[in-house]
Design a protein around this ligand. Structure first.
Ligand code: 5AD
Ligand code: SF4
Length: 457
């Protein structure tokens, strides 16, 4: 008897959570088509790169990764290499010029066609390129292979209307398009039935959710609806935009018990001159006021942010304004970026591009200030008991589990694997720059050592 082995796929993802979610959809589709997941590109018959073009760095890493596979493709010409997502959407067939050994190139809107394109490439020797220019369709009807059984991403809007002058997203993801509230609620109920207890709502600007459909933002209403779904225990969302984070939304976060106390609120830069040139639609003072309001209304909230240094025209004085915001707001964590010009965006055409050395120097100052703030803020949690959703065994130490607090801080603690997928109380013992260390509280009182915990669970 001849047993046909199923072909295997491997997906490498670059970029944001929306991309990670798109990769889950790709995996779901390929699984349905009869492919099985492979542990490495070398073990796969189909290798998919889901790309990002927000910063030059991600683009260079992509080409580095794809080009490493040249020798594999020589050894095994049947292997299919596919490059999809934001980079082809922006640069089209240029991907094939820079990486001629690629077999399939597809855009952000062509995701549902991936299995078809792979089948075509399997039969064809010349590369296949499919990039649709615009109209968004939500890939929600597509199957999804989630990394974790109990956590799920749920896109609520795609695209962006803000046109920040440095950003390529509106050009590759198109205009903001919201999903009807009933569709989102239906999907979350289905996920809850499958055992999902934590959902993360995704969008480039979730705060303006629904404006295209209902004439005004319905994000607060959406949070309140989702909060009613019994099995769901945690609701997260990202990304917020300071110009659209209304009082109504802050109140909904404060009042909905399942909505986690964490707001990711990119501020990008502290100087009003730079904010204006970035087309961000708020001032430093307005940003400081919003964060103050968030802290007043939502006890225990953590605020995280994105910050960019080296935007065209940024003087030392402007940069000092950025550091001032970091000192004043005291972010729990910040994602820090060095501005890189993106072809086709207004900022790339601006004069006064900042020399690399100056950018690097400012970046280092920013990172060292924020690292100090992050550690100081985390240290305030030592001795506190916090609710942790246990996600996994720690990658570094198999005796430790890892999970996240409602405020999205990573906590490592000793414990049995059986706690994975459960919510436990943990007492924080130590704060480190990127994580906390704690011990599980048993029956609401004393903490125990790892050996005891193994026996009790
Ligand atoms: N250069 C550097 N960083 C950028 N970001 C977006 N575009 C650029 C760019 N051209 C950063 C912003 C955004 C985050 C996702 O990436 O800080 O919030
Ligand atoms: Fe880009 Fe600005 Fe839209 Fe964010 S809000 S995706 S930074 S254009």
């Amino acid at each position: 008897m001849i047993v046909e082995m199923s072909k295997k796929f491997f997906i490498r993802t670059f970029g944001c959570q929306m991309n990670k979610h798109d990769s889950e959809r790709m995996a779901g589709m390929l699984l349905k088509e009869g492919y099985a997941p492979a542990k490495s590109p070398q073990a796969a018959d189909v290798i998919v790169f889901n790309t990002c073009c927000v910063r030059r760095h991600a683009e260079e890493r992509l080409y580095g990764n794809v080009n490493v596979l040249k020798s594999l493709k020589k050894e095994r010409p049947d292997v299919i290499i596919a490059v999809g997502g934001c980079l082809p959407q922006k640069y089209g067939e240029e991907v094939l010029r820079r990486a001629p050994h690629v077999d399939v190139v597809f855009g952000t809107h062509n995701l549902p066609n991936l299995p078809k394109l792979i089948r075509l490439a399997e039969r064809n020797s010349s590369p296949i390129c499919e990039i649709w220019p615009g109209t968004q369709t939500f890939p929600t009807e597509l199957p999804s292979l989630r990394e974790k059984r109990f956590q799920a991403w749920v896109p609520i809007t795609i695209g962006c209307n803000n046109f920040c002058s440095y950003c390529v997203v509106p050009y590759v993801r198109g205009r903001e398009t919201s999903r009807p509230i009933q569709d989102i609620c239906r999907e979350v109920r289905d996920l809850a039935e499958e055992g999902v207890i934590e959902i993360t709502l995704l969008g480039q600007n979730v705060n303006s959710y629904g404006r295209d459909l209902y004439g005004r933002s319905r994000f607060a209403a959406l949070l309140r609806e989702l909060n009613k779904i019994e099995e769901v225990q945690r609701i997260r969302f990202t990304t917020s935009h300071p110009k659209d984070l209304s009082d109504e939304i802050i109140e909904a976060v404060a009042e909905c018990d399942k909505v986690c106390e964490h707001i990711h609120l990119p501020f990008q830069a502290g100087s009003d001159k730079i904010l204006k040139a970035m087309n961000r639609s708020y001032t430093k003072q307005q940003y400081l006021e919003i964060t103050k309001k968030i802290r007043e209304k939502i006890p225990g909230v953590s605020i995280t942010t994105d910050i960019m240094v080296g935007f065209p025209g940024e003087t030392e004085e402007d940069f000092q304004e950025t550091l001032d915001v970091v000192r004043k707001v005291r972010f729990d964590q910040a994602f820090t970026f060095i501005y890189s010009p993106r072809p086709g965006t207004p900022a790339a055409e601006m004069g006064e591009q900042i020399p690399e050395k100056v950018k690097m120097d400012r970046f280092n100052q920013l990172v060292s200030l924020q690292n100090r703030v992050t550690l100081e803020e985390s240290s305030k949690m030592v001795g506190k008991s916090v609710e942790v959703l246990v996600e996994n065994v720690s990658k570094k130490d198999p005796r430790m589990l890892t999970g996240r607090t409602r405020s999205n801080k990573v906590v490592h603690f000793p414990g049995s694997k059986k706690l994975i997928n459960q919510i436990v109380q943990v007492i924080i013992g130590e704060a480190h720059p990127w994580h906390l260390i704690g011990e599980v509280v048993i029956r609401g009182q004393c903490s125990v050592r790892s050996s005891e915990l193994e026996i009790q669970n």
